[in-house]
Design a protein around this ligand. Structure first.
Ligand code: SF4
Length: 243
């Protein structure tokens, strides 16, 4: 797999985001999917993918605790592009058992409880769908944080056993918003209200000017515990802004 990744990297090193997506969509038909949480970068990718092929799998994790604004942009996106978005829910029994034992707001009580909730509502359904794919498309960008500065456009996700591509790795935040405005792409209105990073409603809040973009996520926890295990760069676990 390392050789293949190196080959892809060298042939697509200077390719545009569109060309990278076209290449992988063509090569991995039926085995490629975009994981969207309807954040700004994911909306750009949905737009590009829909222009290439409307039948590519686009999926999202509905934790059951999302903001109404996230459901609004989900609905708007399905309508604008006339596409289906596969919505993954957690296992009923897992949620029932967890909430019965620890209550609906367990995540505020300990890091362990919060990670349990993230595992049940996000990680488990995500791993299930990734096990059926060969390529996972993500909206990560290098400039989102220091931990992402070494992000590759094409990498091997050893934890999930598949190729992960980050076609927007080199994009700046300004480029993302220019693209959104240029093509009138629907976006989550919480972005206009101080939410650069949008996750579940009880675990995300607006940030103040100058605060780290992750400051509104799990704000009651110390910074070093703020991850939910979705992404790794090299061997380092990194944080996804919106999932
Ligand atoms: Fe649960 Fe909060 Fe994680 Fe959402 S972000 S899965 S509500 S702990």
């Amino acid at each position: 797999m390392d050789t293949k990744i190196e080959e892809y990297r060298s042939s697509l090193n200077n390719a545009s985001s569109e060309s990278i997506l076209e290449f992988f969509i063509d090569r991995y038909k039926g085995k490629i999917g975009l994981a969207t949480s309807f954040g700004a970068e994911d909306q750009v990718l949905t737009d590009i993918i829909s222009k290439i092929n409307k039948n590519i799998l686009i999926f999202t994790l509905d934790t059951g605790r999302l903001h109404q604004e996230t459901y609004d942009v989900m609905q708007e996106t399905m309508k604008k592009y006339d596409i289906q978005i596969k919505v993954l829910f957690p296992e009923n029994k897992d949620v029932e058992d967890m909430v019965t034992q620890k209550g609906p707001n367990l995540f505020y009580e300990s890091v362990e409880n919060r990670k349990q909730c993230c595992f049940v509502r996000k990680i488990k359904p995500l791993k299930c769908i990734l096990s059926q794919l060969d390529v996972w498309v993500c909206g990560l960008r290098k400039s989102q944080s220091i931990t992402r500065s070494s992000l590759d456009k094409i990498e091997y996700d050893s934890a999930n056993g598949l190729i992960k591509i980050n076609p927007l790795a080199d994009w700046s935040e300004e480029q993302v918003w220019e693209y959104i405005n240029k093509y009138r792409i629907p976006y989550n209105k919480l972005h206009d209200r101080g939410f650069p990073s949008i996750g579940c409603a009880p675990c995300t809040r607006a940030i103040k000017k100058g605060e780290d973009i992750r400051a509104g996520r799990w704000w009651w926890e110390p910074p070093e515990t703020k991850e939910c295990g979705l992404h790794k760069v090299g061997n380092k676990l990194i944080r996804k802004r919106n999932i």
